[in-house]
Write a protein that binds this ligand. Structure first.
Ligand SMILES: C[S@@+](CC[C@H](N)C(=O)[O-])C[C@H]1O[C@@H](n2cnc3c(N)ncnc32)[C@H](O)[C@@H]1O
Length: 242
């Protein structure tokens, strides 16, 4: 695949590769190892987590996906799409795009999409450097992952850049309460989450001031946050002074 600037990117198993996961650095690299390890049973972990909370996976997804504003025919991008569990809950009459840094998660996403008879364009890359043009998508959202990105502000700026003016953006992830009581305790995840330098927090302060309707909602008995805001519509062209 050749970009408009002439750069070449390999396509592997139908997925354009914009960053090889092993070339990721810092926190992105550290957590990539976790997702490459658990990708094959990630969906099972989600099933069990919902069962333990006594809710269906449908209710779970809807608790945050209800913030999306989706219309028929929309182009919808999920950054850090994982195995595609959120796509399963979206209307069928939209065009889906998903980017993730984990080969294993995307491989399982492809298998899920085939099973659900759904179609999506998938990309292997870093959510902090989206390989899309400005103002491309009607809907842009992110669920899980951003808490431990190298540069959360950059990822948010990228989501805003590729979203169409006027669209609402959703960022959702777990709170410190959840990370402490769950990930710090499970044997497979403990090593990745113990002894962190910083507690996780919803990145409200990283939303640029010019965004509109910034709104934070805490869900699941304090264990999850959903942060939404609207990219301003294009400014009216200035009229010439008379
Ligand atoms: C908790 S999973 C969430 C998956 C999916 N969004 C969901 O709700 O089921 C986090 C995902 O973030 C991805 N991820 C982590 N760091 C990333 C980065 N820098 N760029 C893109 N994806 C990343 C992981 O590979 C993983 O698939």
């Amino acid at each position: 695949m050749v970009s408009p600037s002439g750069e070449q990117f390999p396509i592997r198993h139908e997925i354009p590769v914009f960053l090889e996961p092993e070339k990721a650095t810092g926190s992105n690299r550290k957590y990539n190892r976790l997702y490459e390890t658990i990708g094959g049973f990630y969906d099972d972990t989600q099933r069990v987590a919902c069962a333990l909370r006594g809710i269906s996976q449908y209710q779970n997804s809807l608790s945050y996906l209800r913030f999306l504003e989706i219309n028929p025919g929309d182009s919808v991008l999920e950054t850090s799409v994982g195995t595609g569990l959120n796509f399963k809950r979206l209307p069928r009459d939209v065009r889906l795009f998903g980017l993730d840094l984990s080969t294993e998660m995307l491989t399982n996403c492809q298998a899920n999409l085939r099973r659900w008879e759904m179609d999506a364009d998938l990309f292997l890359g870093n959510a902090e450097e989206l390989p899309f043009a400005d103002d491309s998508f009607d809907v842009v959202f992110h669920v899980g992952g951003i808490n431990f990105f190298n540069d959360r502000a950059k990822a948010i700026r990228e989501m805003i850049r590729v979203a169409k003016p006027g669209s609402r953006i959703l960022i959702a992830d777990e709170t410190e309460k959840h990370v402490k009581s769950t990930y710090e305790r499970f044997p497979i995840t403990r090593g990745y989450f113990k002894n962190r330098q910083q507690a996780v927090a919803a990145p409200v302060d990283l939303v640029p001031a010019e965004m509109q309707e910034t709104h934070l909602e805490i869900l699941w008995d304090g264990r999850f946050y959903a942060l939404t805001f609207r990219k301003p519509s294009s400014a009216m062209p200035k009229l010439p002074a008379r």
